[in-house]
Design a protein around this ligand. Structure first.
Ligand SMILES: [Zn+2]
Length: 79
């Protein structure tokens, strides 16, 4: 399972998480996934958008509202 290093857009600290293709709705790219920063000081959920190579296209510091019929998975950070 690929490990990704990034920064949390809510608190700007480094985050580490694992993601794989099955976490994404592959019907449309970039595909949104909620990233929950599992840190007591932050504890915020942001929305990350991934391309087909599981690279982050862009991110938003809030939990993007789900469109009708769309299911967005929540991933908890490792650190
Ligand atoms: Zn954070």
């Amino acid at each position: 399972m690929p490990i990704r290093f990034n920064t949390c857009p809510a608190c700007n600290k480094k985050i580490i998480f694992k993601i794989e293709s099955k976490d994404l709705d592959t019907s449309r790219y970039p595909a949104p996934v909620y990233i929950h920063h599992a840190d007591d000081a932050c504890n915020q959920t942001s929305t990350f958008y991934f391309d087909s190579l599981l690279q982050v296209s862009y991110k938003e510091s809030y939990k993007k509202e789900v469109k009708q019929g769309q299911k967005i998975k929540t991933i908890h950070t490792i650190s």
